[in-house]
Design a protein around this ligand. Structure first.
Ligand SMILES: Cc1ncc(COP(=O)(O)O)c(C=O)c1O
Length: 313
């Protein structure tokens, strides 16, 4: 069933338009050459009303991604943040997924993107648990993908570009067709990189390991949350190149992502992790993560942007 609702409003280039009118000409540059940059994050119902989680960090990454691709957004980051708030509010959604997107629009066709206008839009919709309702407790079965993530100096991994998700789609399709929930891709050197839409963490003897940026990962905002929460708990975190086989012998493995949140991995290539049970460190990090998200913890890091007008209407 489609999660979309014709009554939703879309923010496009500074104006709200009806969902059904948020169309694109087939000759737009993005359709042919994949020239888009996007973000994805969530608004949650908290103990103090609706709040958007880590909006500023996501919008900053959006601007960084656009900078890499020389796409000039004609708004300040503050204006963009406000547009996100307005979009969640105007759609009166207490919990939703937020998808800002910047793309090269309609002008001429050809690889050269410069003649085409840079367009911006923000969409919101209700999106449940990305890897399934029971995944947060019971974990997911994954395989190591036969597809590698992009090589250095090919597609910039630090940019969250639509085109990178052609590679993600290959990873996801392969996993699903073989009965797995997700795939973990290695980089071209054969080291652990990331899932099709998640960062990866490995726990071994009480130490948490995660691939560094030089492993060609997306610098995940949830990854950053996990590292801060681990720190609060005095769990050591080491960013380190991770060999594939370390996943097979790990005490715990979990994914992080705005869509996947913190999801335990139950098995990899049919080898069980922690006898198929969620590990204690994973569970503690999940508990802390959701406590912050629900506003049950003091918002030490300013992760939550409360929507007062929505909360008081
Ligand atoms: C390829 C990839 N890696 C990692 C992540 C996790 O990033 P974040 O925590 O910012 O959502 C995502 C999600 O957007 C992703 O698509």
């Amino acid at each position: 069933m489609s999660p979309f609702n014709e009554n939703f409003k879309v923010w496009r280039n500074g104006k709200f338009i009806p969902w059904g009118e948020a169309n694109l000409h087939i000759a737009s540059h993005v359709v042919h050459y994949g020239s888009s940059i996007f973000e994805g994050f969530r608004a949650y119902g908290t103990t103090k009303g609706t709040a958007i989680f880590r909006m500023q960090a996501h919008i900053k990454r959006l601007y960084n991604s656009c900078k890499i691709y020389r796409m000039e957004i004609p708004y300040s980051q503050e204006q963009f943040n406000q547009a996100v708030i307005d979009t969640v509010e105007i759609n009166s959604l207490n919990e939703c997924y937020v998808r800002p997107i910047v793309f090269r629009g309609y002008g001429t066709l050809g690889v050269d993107p410069f003649p085409n206008p840079v367009e911006c839009a923000i969409l919101v919709w209700e999106w449940g648990k990305y890897l399934g309702e029971d995944a947060l407790v019971n974990g997911v079965d994954v395989r190591i993908s036969s597809w590698n993530r992009m090589a250095p100096n090919t597609f910039p991994a630090l940019a969250k570009a639509g085109a990178n998700y052609m590679n993600s789609q290959l990873i996801k399709m392969e996993a699903k067709l073989e009965g797995y929930k997700e795939g973990i891709a290695l980089n071209v050197d054969g080291y652990v990189c990331e899932g099709s839409g998640e960062n990866v963490f490995v726990v071994q003897d009480g130490v948490i390991y995660t691939p560094p940026l030089s492993s060609m990962i997306l610098p995940g905002i949830t990854r950053d949350c996990v590292m801060k929460l681990a720190n609060e708990n005095d769990f050591p975190v080491i960013e380190r190149v991770i060999p594939r086989e370390m996943l097979y012998i790990a005490d715990e493995v979990f994914f992080s992502g705005s869509a996947a949140e913190i999801t335990p991995v139950r098995s990899i290539d049919k080898i069980e992790v922690n006898k198929g049970k969620r590990g204690a460190i994973t569970q503690k990090l999940q508990d802390d993560f959701f406590a912050y998200i629900r506003g049950e913890r003091a918002d030490t890091y300013n992760w939550l942007t409360y929507l007062y007008s929505l909360n008081n209407s």
